[in-house]
Design a protein around this ligand. Structure first.
Ligand SMILES: Nc1ncnc2c1ncn2[C@@H]1O[C@H](COP(=O)(O)OP(=O)(O)O)[C@@H](O)[C@H]1O
Ligand SMILES: [Mg+2]
Length: 347
């Protein structure tokens, strides 16, 4: 079984659309697939047309409740099986209660993972999990369970903040639990006629390298229609551009293994709550100040960015409001021609 979780802190970037239609593509490819709605807003549940049927029936909330109450849950009662090759666990608003009741409980991030290790779920080749737009308890469960994370980015500037937080949470997850899913990004709602979109695509490529999938999901009104009719894109319009985009994306996902990738992703961060701008400049970007080398300000007062770097040795420095600063979190440094020190990094 392979578990693919869709997550991004940003709402409206296409998590639910991707979860529903990647799962539908896998099912269409003849693979036994389970889709789990883990968002209290239950958009995936609606997008598959279970508006009424889901009320009054068991949902993903019952997985968490069973764990909380230490009772058994009957999976037969939770899983809906009315589509070919595609099973579904719906959600409802009660799920937000799980977040409140279980958020601080030790080991609670592993509930979904433990549940899916039950032999009942052995029949599924793929499990796809839709997550809410936050990095709380539910998304942590989704990430903990995941073998692979798929992060949709729409081409708005704020999507890049989402990228940083995905890595922050995943490195936290790795340190705390040892779980280390591979992470891939996909451009969604892409409009290649827009100059702005092409520019942001270039930037995403620079930052994410091979972790940005080459398949994109184009903007398609058919996807919106399908969701409002309670259908997958294949049920609504199998000949649409969106249907072929989802086939390409899913095919690429099945082939993607991060272990094959030679470049490494490196996080740069600096605590500078009062700064107006922070750039990281170094051998890896030609010491050139540009939008692509700018760090993003986080609520904590930290600035952060991630870049893909080929293996090698690099000198770099931060440029904070036009003042050069070496990396206070890196003890490795060497003198430069200006008589000051550059930070040195080996990847
Ligand atoms: N590729 C796309 N083309 C057109 N509309 C899209 C596309 N992807 C998502 N949408 C629409 O954008 C809105 C937000 O998408 P959704 O998948 O619900 O995002 P999220 O789950 O991240 O909040 C929905 O109305 C959805 O139908
Ligand atoms: Mg959603």
């Amino acid at each position: 079984m392979k578990i693919i979780s869709i997550a991004n802190q940003k709402g409206g970037c296409g998590k639910t659309t991707l979860a529903v239609n990647v799962a539908a593509t896998l099912a269409n490819m003849g693979k036994q697939t389970l889709l789990i709605d883990l968002d209290p807003q239950a958009h995936a549940t609606f997008a598959l047309g279970y508006n009424e049927k889901a009320s009054g029936r068991k949902t993903s909330y019952d997985i968490f409740r069973a764990s909380f109450d230490k009772t058994e849950v009957s999976f037969e009662d939770i899983v809906i099986n009315d589509r070919d090759h595609l099973s579904f666990i719906p959600a409802n608003m009660m799920l937000s209660a799980a977040e409140i009741n279980l958020g601080g409980v030790n080991g609670a991030a592993a509930i979904l993972y433990r549940t899916l290790s039950d032999p009942y779920f052995n029949k599924y080749e793929y499990v796809v999990v839709d997550s809410p737009p936050s990095f709380g308890f539910l998304t942590l469960n989704s990430m903990y369970a995941a073998d692979m994370m798929l992060v949709p980015i729409d081409l708005s500037y704020f999507s890049f903040n989402g990228i940083n937080s995905v890595y922050r949470v995943s490195s936290l997850l790795k340190n705390e639990t040892g779980r280390d899913p591979s992470i891939f990004f996909v451009l969604n709602i892409f409009d290649k006629r827009s100059k702005f979109a092409r520019k942001l695509e270039e930037e995403a490529k620079k930052r994410l390298g091979p972790y940005l999938l080459t398949s994109k999901i184009r903007a398609s009104v058919r996807l919106r229609e399908a969701a409002s009719l309670g259908k997958t894109i294949f049920e609504h319009d199998i000949k649409s551009s969106a249907s072929s985009d989802f086939y390409n994306l899913t095919g690429e996902l099945l082939k993607s293994k991060d272990k094959d990738i030679k470049v490494a992703l490196k996080e740069f961060s600096l605590h500078a709550p009062k700064a107006g701008s922070v750039y990281v400049l170094g051998d890896f970007n030609g010491w050139k100040k540009s939008e692509a080398t700018r760090l993003t300000k986080l609520e904590s007062g930290d600035w952060a960015a991630h870049f893909t770097l080929d293996r090698g040795r690099y000198r770099y420095k931060f440029l904070v409001d036009n003042e050069w600063i070496s990396d206070p979190n890196n003890v490795n440094s060497e003198h430069n021609v200006f008589g000051t020190a550059d930070s040195v990094l080996e990847v």
